[in-house]
Design a protein around this ligand. Structure first.
Ligand SMILES: Cc1ncc(COP(=O)(O)O)c(C=O)c1O
Length: 311
């Protein structure tokens, strides 16, 4: 109900994190060899699952503010069949995009016209810095054509592995696959989380977490601006905890990755967010850890390495 769409317990299947949720969704709506449309850049976990399931990837041009380029997607849908569209819908990983509601409605209308289901991954939805969380697609189409996936991994604890899927009209296919792959999810972590939610502490925890992550992102942005090459562009997400950093064309984030690892500094190079290895001049930095002198120094050293490569 909080996301604007009422679900009963029977509408939800508990999964092993959001990863199992979108894996079940993909295997319910697509067969090996089918094509799945994703935003570009996209979460590397999606790409890995698509590869393992033998699915092809259609990378859609994506704007950092408006999201997927709907007109381009419409042309592609006219040209070749697509089995599903898979999106990280709120504060996407890595760009941090949340499509405006009007664009979301346009995308839903386009998908409905072509009878293409939407697999929505909303793991970052509760980590919003503005007053309201983004409206998920499922609340805009009443679940008619959406398989909604999420988890507590980003808001509470990744290690509990408690996620869920609201598969709508694909319920039977998803339940069949859940039974076949793992029967059911472990109950103890669910009981622990249910107990925590019943205590009413989730809201206070989220208020604190949002403030903390917004503050971390502010520190991280400042540190990048102070130490990276002057032409560097940094995303400004209104939620989540990742920054997408774009360096000038020709910059090699893989070479930076190798050099940084020698110093004990790790980040995600841009090309892991693309099946066609685009975005080599980009990188994603995470602000999930509490800000500290040690992290600030790491960003400074990374910036120095980047400037050295850029000269
Ligand atoms: C968009 C997105 N979906 C899913 C996951 C993983 O979720 P879980 O740990 O619940 O499987 C991540 C983790 O980085 C993510 O960024």
């Amino acid at each position: 109900m909080r996301i604007g769409h009422a679900l009963s317990p029977d509408d939800v299947v508990i999964t092993n994190g959001c990863t199992e949720a979108f894996t079940l969704a993909l295997s319910a709506v697509a067969r090996p060899g089918d094509t799945i449309a994703v935003e570009s850049p996209t979460y590397f976990g999606f790409l890995h699952t698509l590869e393992v399931l033998g699915l092809k990837v259609l990378e859609l041009p994506t704007d950092p503010v408006e999201g997927i380029h709907i007109e381009a997607f419409a042309r592609l849908l006219d040209a070749a069949p697509v089995a599903a569209c898979l999106l990280s819908s709120s504060f996407s990983n890595p760009l941090g995009v949340s499509m405006p509601d009007a664009r979301k409605r346009e995308l839903l209308a386009l998908l409905a016209r072509h009878d293409v289901p939407l697999i929505e991954d909303d793991v970052y939805g509760d980590i919003h810095f503005a007053r309201e969380r983004p409206t998920p697609f499922i609340a805009l189409d009443g679940g008619a054509n959406t398989l909604y996936c999420s988890s507590f991994s980003k808001s509470l604890a990744p290690g509990y592995r408690v996620g869920w899927i609201a598969p709508g009209k694909y319920a039977q296919q998803v339940v069949d696959r859940k039974l076949a792959f793992s029967l059911c999810s472990p109950v103890l972590p669910q009981v622990a989380l249910a107990d925590f939610l019943a205590s009413g502490a989730y809201d206070a925890h989220m208020r604190r977490l949002r403030r903390l992550l917004e503050e971390n992102l502010r520190h991280l942005t400042r540190a990048i601006e102070a130490s990276f090459p002057a032409e560097t562009r940094v995303s400004r997400p209104a939620g989540g905890f990742a920054l997408w950093v774009e360096l000038p064309r020709g910059f090699d984030s893989r070479a930076l990755f190798d050099a940084a690892l020698e110093l004990g500094i790790c980040f995600a190079p841009g090309d892991v967010f693309s099946a066609s290895r685009r975005f080599r001049n980009c990188l994603r930095l995470s602000a999930g850890w509490s800000w500290s002198e040690r992290i600030e120094e790491g960003v400074r050293r990374l910036g120095t390495l980047a400037r050295r490569q850029h000269i």
